[in-house]
Ligand binder design. Structure first.
Ligand code: E4P
Length: 232
């Protein structure tokens, strides 16, 4: 399963990219507005940090302007993925942009029928929003299950299910069990994924016990690393 980070914060992206665990980035107008910076410069900077797909959303809602904006965004870097809304004009723009060879992420998907339309429009990714459905007392993960199952019936569908609006680690675990291709995860949730109290407690004990051996694997600070002894 691919992990994208759902943020427009460059410092967060840099830090998470340094783990080597990041496959891509998603942004949206709300996340960009929080940064206060120039959108095009921001996307260019993100594309330099992360070589995987970087979603940049169009601002217009009509086909012609969406297409022009999408083509402009796609010129920033080859890993720009143009994000368009799941509307008739958005899907028309999706078809035209994928025809140009640009990756497209169809966003704001809330039903399996919509996901089928995105696949027919040749979307690279479809983004069903699980958290926003959960907020309305509707099972967001059931939608992921439906879409994954439907896409599996048609091997010709190349669209990847990108689980969006993720709120907690269990969304990830459930999505992985269902076979979703990608999840875009807020930085705080990625950090939660690393954590387990038994990992922390276990490591604390190992560090303490190691200290009692009085040894150092690499030798003392400043000392040259000792060659390994040949086994007797
Ligand atoms: C990402 O592509 C989506 O825009 C994002 O996951 C939405 O998340 P939210 O529902 O927490 O705003």
């Amino acid at each position: 399963m691919k992990f994208f980070v759902d943020t427009a914060d460059l410092a967060e992206i840099r830090e998470l990219a340094s783990t080597g665990l990041l496959d891509g980035v998603t942004t949206n107008p709300s996340l960009v507005a929080k940064t206060g910076g120039n959108f095009l410069d921001l996307i260019a900077a993100i594309c330099e940090i992360v070589p995987g797909p970087v979603s940049a959303e169009v601002a217009a809602t009509d086909f012609e302007t969406m297409l022009a904006e999408g083509r402009h965004l796609a010129r920033i870097a080859p890993n720009v993925t143009v994000k368009v809304p799941l509307t008739p004009d958005g899907l028309k723009a999706c078809k035209a942009l994928t025809g140009d060879g640009t990756m497209v992420n169809v966003t704001l998907c809330f039903s399996a029928g919509q996901a089928l339309l995105a696949a027919k429009a040749g979307a690279t990714f479809v983004s069903p929003f699980v958290g926003r459905l959960d907020d309305l007392s509707t099972d967001g993960m059931a939608l992921i299950d439906d879409i994954v199952q439907i896409y599996r019936q048609y091997p010709a569908i190349a669209t990847e299910v990108l689980v969006a609006s993720v709120r907690h680690p269990m969304h990830l675990v459930a999505a992985a069990k269902m076979g979703a291709h990608v999840a875009t995860i807020p930085p705080a949730v990625i950090r939660q994924l690393f954590k387990h109290p038994l990992t922390e407690r276990g490591l604390e004990q190992f560090v303490k016990d190691w200290a009692t051996t009085g040894q150092s694997i690499l030798g003392e600070p400043g000392e040259a690393v000792q060659p390994l002894r040949k086994p007797a």
